[in-house]
Design a protein around this ligand. Structure first.
Ligand SMILES: NC(=O)c1ccc[n+]([C@@H]2O[C@H](COP(=O)([O-])OP(=O)(O)OC[C@H]3O[C@@H](n4cnc5c(N)ncnc54)[C@H](OP(=O)(O)O)[C@@H]3O)[C@@H](O)[C@H]2O)c1
Length: 333
């Protein structure tokens, strides 16, 4: 979960906490080198803050496209902790196959802001499944994290936790068909997965609130990340960055560009006292001069119950499939 955004969520969360409080951060990634890199970065940030309270670091290797790995993550957390206070669902992946450069040029020429807010030129592969025979993006971005939350619920209840789902601006209802919730036939699986996140949040937050677990939906606007840059060379990367600044300058509130500013809304909701509107999507926004603020959006809840029913049924199926599974994939650091 420690992408550019994940790292900045950690920075901001530590900055907002009482400096005297002892904190434990559990960094998650699919790989050990990334865990080490992230812990080093957080440690050096904490040193600069000179906080008197201790920060302890732990890690969890989890791949949400592998249900045994998700289950191991649960065992690990359950074994070591009595309570969890914050849980950020930040991990996401797409199944990209490059960029349609002709389409990209056309969209940039027609509407700059739209071209770097809702790009329609990223080519996504269709029908990609995981080894668990689930839609890959569905499992990585939605079902895997949901299943982990379902398993660690007692820890979240004990910690009266804040659960924060990272959605996106690109989660329009048109990207998801309720007849294809795993998005096997879709060529907009990334966007569809974010629509599923929106609906799943709306379908579940009230029930969680009864047990003092507060769940929020946020979107980080647009910022620079690894997922952006893999298909770009130096020239196109800086071209994209330049378009981001133009978009901000001509009025887009969503071009945060920096991961730190994108992490504003996730940390804002995590610190919200006495929440009133959990049905809204809280967005990280910036004005023309790059000054940050929070901007909310309404979410269309059509289909939320259907999605929840589908996912609950799948959860029961996986509870059954995994009932005799005990694993320990932890490698000493
Ligand atoms: N960048 C943007 O402009 C933008 C806009 C809107 C929303 N978002 C959302 O913001 C969040 C962070 O985005 P980002 O751009 O910073 O992401 P990123 O750099 O692409 O990183 C994605 C993160 O997800 C983790 N991840 C991916 N697949 C995973 C899997 N199968 N199991 C476990 N972890 C997995 C990765 O972990 P490891 O690689 O370390 O294993 C990595 O930490 C995502 O939810 C994204 O959809 C981003």
């Amino acid at each position: 979960m420690f992408s550019n955004l994940g790292l900045n969520i950690a920075f901001r969360l530590i900055e907002r906490e009482d400096p005297k409080t002892r904190l434990t951060l559990v960094v998650t990634s699919r790989t050990l080198p990334r865990v080490r890199e992230v812990i080093d970065q957080i440690e050096s940030h904490v040193k600069k803050l000179k906080r008197p309270g201790i920060v302890d670091y732990d890690y969890l290797l989890v791949d949400f496209t592998d249900m045994v790995s998700v289950l191991s993550a649960y065992y690990e957390l359950d074994k070591k902790y009595d309570a969890i206070n914050y849980f950020f669902v930040n991990a996401a992946q797409g199944v990209y196959d490059g960029i349609d450069w002709v389409g990209a040029t056309k969209q940039v020429c027609c509407n700059i802001i739209e071209s770097v807010t809702n790009p329609n030129y990223r080519i996504q592969r269709v029908g990609v499944k995981s080894r668990d025979d689930l839609g890959l993006v569905f499992q990585a971005n939605v079902f895997g994290p949901y299943y982990l939350i379902h398993k660690i619920l007692p820890l979240l209840l004990a910690g009266k936790a804040k659960v924060v789902w990272i959605s996106s601006l690109m989660s329009d209802p048109k990207f998801l068909s309720l007849n294809d919730i795993q998005m096997i036939k879709s060529d907009t699986t990334y966007e569809g997965s974010k629509r599923l996140v929106d609906l799943l949040h709306l379908a579940t937050y009230k029930e969680l609130r009864k047990d003092a677990v507060h769940q929020y939906l946020v979107q980080p606007g647009i910022f620079i990340s690894h997922s952006f840059s893999v298909y770009l060379n130096l020239f196109t990367y800086y071209g994209m960055l330049w378009l981001f600044y133009i978009a901000r300058w001509i009025g887009s509130p969503w071009h945060n560009i920096e991961g730190y500013k994108a992490a504003n809304a996730p940390v804002y909701v995590a610190n919200m006292v006495d929440p009133e509107r959990q049905d809204l999507k809280y967005g990280s926004a910036t004005d023309r001069n790059g000054r940050e603020y929070i901007k909310t959006q309404e979410v269309d809840g059509t289909g939320a119950t259907d999605v929840l029913n589908y996912i609950r049924k799948l959860t029961l199926e996986w509870d059954d499939k995994l009932k005799d599974q005990i694993t320990n994939t932890r490698i000493p650091i």
